[in-house]
Write a protein that binds this ligand. Structure first.
Ligand code: ATP
Length: 296
């Protein structure tokens, strides 16, 4: 289904440190992540059969073999990706990632995953592996009529125009939409404008997530976007909410192919709203059994 593996070091503190400042935190834990891994875990918890294409350091492989799924290459030339996340008492975060081994995933390793990619119902790609490998994977999927979901994160300013054409669903958050369109995206109206601009570049559909404001959905050839609100909840930690949303999106697209994208986004938003109510990314993702029957 997807890509990237990371170790996560999560710190909780009353506020985020300012530049040059050292502050005391009151909680810390180590977990697993990476956008691809998070999205994979969320989709699997809802009942999807998933596979990951990624690359890690050889040392990581020997330390935790049981955690590493099928198409994960190894290298001794770079460390496994790591992310350092600081979360304040308002549930806001600041994140630094070093993609490490993920960026060394090469076309031969991708080719090894060809059968898994082309027999999948949905392929999800992000930008924590090299853009060239993400494009190649999206092409493999599109040529084999596999539905593609592309999440342009972490965002890069000059995104290859082929990414739009290869995306059945192009799903990003406000800051990614802002960087890609060059216009501010702080509210529903601005997200509607940005979704029109992104759709014009060739995607099948655009979803822009807006945190507590839900998301905006625009499908080709429609010109009217839909605002899909999410459930109002008390957020503890929004880290990985976007990945929960995309993992759930992939699950619903694969399992309910006839469902309108607006309804798919509504349900994915409900799943992600559960994830923001506890700490961490993967550790906060709900299983199917934790969710109401109306979501299935
Ligand atoms: P992150 O980078 O932290 O993973 P993101 O910026 O990619 O997140 P968001 O737009 O913040 O993603 O959130 C994705 C979805 O999660 C939203 O569309 C919404 O459904 C849900 N969500 C996020 N924050 C909240 C919140 N405070 N209350 C309810 N739902 C939320």
């Amino acid at each position: 289904m997807t890509s990237q593996a990371f170790f996560i070091f999560l710190f909780q503190s009353a506020r985020l440190p300012k530049e040059g400042e050292t502050i005391h935190g009151h909680n810390f834990f180590i977990g697993f992540g990476g956008k691809g891994a998070n999205q994979c875990v969320q989709a699997a918890r809802l009942g999807a059969k998933t596979a990951m294409v990624a690359k890690v350091c050889t040392v990581t492989m020997s330390n935790c073999p049981s955690r590493v799924p099928s198409f994960v290459g190894q290298t001794s030339e770079a460390a496994t990706g790591v992310a350092s996340i600081i979360v304040n008492d308002a549930g806001e975060n600041a994140i630094v990632i070093v993609a490490g081994a993920n960026m060394m995933l090469n076309k031969e390793e991708l080719q090894d995953a060809l059968a898994a990619i082309t027999s999948a119902k949905v392929l999800v790609c992000q930008l924590e592996i090299s853009p060239q490998m993400s494009l190649r994977a999206l092409r493999m999927a599109q040529e084999n009529k596999v539905t593609t979901i592309f999440n342009p994160a972490p965002a890069i300013p000059d995104l290859d125009p082929d990414f739009y054409r290869l995306s059945d669903v192009f799903c990003c958050n406000e800051s990614e939409a802002e960087l890609l369109t060059g216009s501010s995206v702080n509210n529903v109206e601005e997200a509607r404008c940005a979704s029109r601009e992104l759709l014009r570049r060739g995607c099948g559909a655009v979803i822009i997530t807006l945190g507590a404001q839900g998301c905006v959905v625009l499908e080709a050839p429609e010109s009217t976007s839909k605002h899909v609100p999410t459930t109002p909840v008390s957020a503890v930690d929004t880290t990985g909410a976007g990945d929960s949303f995309i993992g759930a999106l992939a699950y619903y697209v694969a399992h309910y192919p006839a469902m309108r994208l607006e309804e798919v986004a509504r349900r994915a938003g409900q799943v992600a709203a559960v994830s923001v109510q506890s700490m961490g990314a993967q550790s906060s993702y709900p299983h199917k059994r934790d969710l109401g029957a109306e979501l299935f």
